[in-house]
Design a protein around this ligand. Structure first.
Ligand code: ATP
Ligand code: MG
Length: 334
């Protein structure tokens, strides 16, 4: 089954053809980082305008790369939410137009479910598992007991972890997005240089990173970065506090909930120090760790195509007009 999937929830315009939920025939991503980086973050109005300019080209490129035409496509999928409303609308309008033109079934997908399903593309993965969703807008511990059945155990009470990376990078003048820059710079730094607080929020499955971010702000206002090495030491110390909390809390939760698999999802799952610490700490626990390859961690349409496939598996999919009535849901919950 060939699904043409579209993802435009934030600042990446992406289209992908995925066969049977696993085989990526194409995954075209047009990044807007160059447009937004000078503002230090995503400007919603600019994002939606650039999606509108790019979407047709990105879809055409995805088909071309897959060596397919629209008549070879069996179904369409598109991100319904969560995300920026203007950005979501650009993808949804494109998907609805194609569905109407080619009389193809259209499957709306939850973006966070997509991040989790990125893991199904490359791994033989079956529920139950504990997912740690760590992205620009989310930090959540979710149990997936069966396909498309989710239990949210905890979430961030303030900043999402990706947001904390981006804000700390902005504060230090390191550019946007902050995660990859901090990941690279921290490799040269001493993670024990500053002992930043570890916000564990004991007795809950929730997270909180805004206090840690404020500690970095306070530290930097007292000790302005004096050299690249000093800057590297500060970001390595910030990152160490973040990843220790994520890793220790996730493993403890998996043990408590008797989960034998832990799945990482979302842009921060690309973080190299996080992956290493997880691998080291999970080693002798009997729990298996899964994460997507780097390109499938951040926003992409292949994950949307995969989620749509598993969502619609065993259902008779046929185009009908009610399929075009769903709306963009900026705050869609999983
Ligand atoms: N190597 C990395 N280390 C840490 N953070 C990273 C890394 N690569 C990307 N990120 C962070 O991941 C975030 C982007 O991830 P993603 O694309 O999943 O978020 P989003 O789509 O904006 O938010 P959401 O998925 O919650 O709607 C950014 O905050 C970015 O800084
Ligand atoms: Mg995302």
């Amino acid at each position: 089954m060939n699904i043409l999937a579209i993802e435009t929830s934030c600042d990446d315009t992406s289209a992908s053809v995925v066969q049977d939920g696993k085989n990526i025939l194409s995954n075209v991503i047009s990044s807007q980082i160059a447009i937004h980086s000078k503002y230090g973050g995503v400007v919603p109005e600019l994002a939606s305008r650039h999606h509108l300019e790019n979407i047709n080209f990105v879809i055409a490129a995805a088909l071309k790369k897959a060596h397919l035409r629209m008549t070879d496509i069996d179904a369409l999928a598109v991100t319904q939410g969560p995300g920026l409303v203007g950005s979501l609308l650009a993808g949804i309008m494109a998907a609805k137009t194609l569905a109407l033109l080619y009389r193809l079934p259209l499957i709306p997908v939850n973006h966070i479910e997509g991040h989790i399903y990125a893991n199904f593309i490359e791994h033989q993965l079956k529920p139950p598992f504990l997912a740690l969703v760590i992205s620009g807008g989310h930090t959540e511990l979710i149990i997936q007991r069966e396909l498309a059945h989710y239990q949210i155990l905890g979430r961030t009470r303030d900043d999402a972890v990706g947001e904390a990376y981006d804000k700390v990078a902005k504060l230090l003048g390191l550019g946007y997005p902050g995660g990859p820059v901090i990941d690279r710079l921290a490799k040269q730094g001493d993670p024990n240089f500053v002992k930043f607080p570890r916000p564990y929020l004991p007795g809950t499955y929730d997270f909180s990173f805004s206090g840690l971010k404020t500690s970095v702000v306070n530290y930097v206002s007292k000790h302005p970065a004096s050299s690249v090495q000093h800057l590297a030491d500060v970001v390595a110390s910030f990152q160490q506090a973040v990843i220790e909390v994520l890793v220790n809390k996730t493993i403890a939760t998996a043990q408590k909930m008797k989960m034998k698999k832990v799945v990482l999802a979302g842009g921060v799952a690309a973080n190299s120090a996080l992956r290493s610490l997880f691998a080291a700490k999970i080693k002798n626990t009997g729990i298996r760790l899964y994460y997507p390859s780097l390109i499938l961690c951040t926003d992409n349409a292949a994950m949307v195509g995969s989620a749509a496939y598993y969502r619609s598996k065993n259902k008779k999919l046929k185009y009908h007009q009610e399929m075009l009535t769903f709306k963009a849901e900026p705050n869609l919950q999983i």
